[in-house]
Design a protein around this ligand. Sequence first.
Ligand code: ZN
Length: 90
Amino acid sequence: MTAEAEGSASCGEECSEALERLETYLDGELPHEDIDDIREHLTACYPCTDRVSFEEQLRAIVRRECTDEAPPRLLLRIEEALSEGLPGSD
Ligand SMILES: [Zn+2]
């Protein structure tokens, strides 16, 4: 990762990288350095912040519904529904 989007608030490569690590982050399995990276990004990036709170809520729900393990199919369905209903084409 070499490009630094200084002064630019637009979502780009950093976002995809942050989102890629998001799951690991939410699982609590991300190394501290990466956590700092993501947190830093999140403070500057609203779309990603939204996404994170979204996923956190999702996980909380799934955890409550299925005490063992979240069926991937359920997660997939929810994510699909969410991405379809996601706001923000501008
Ligand atoms: Zn972002």
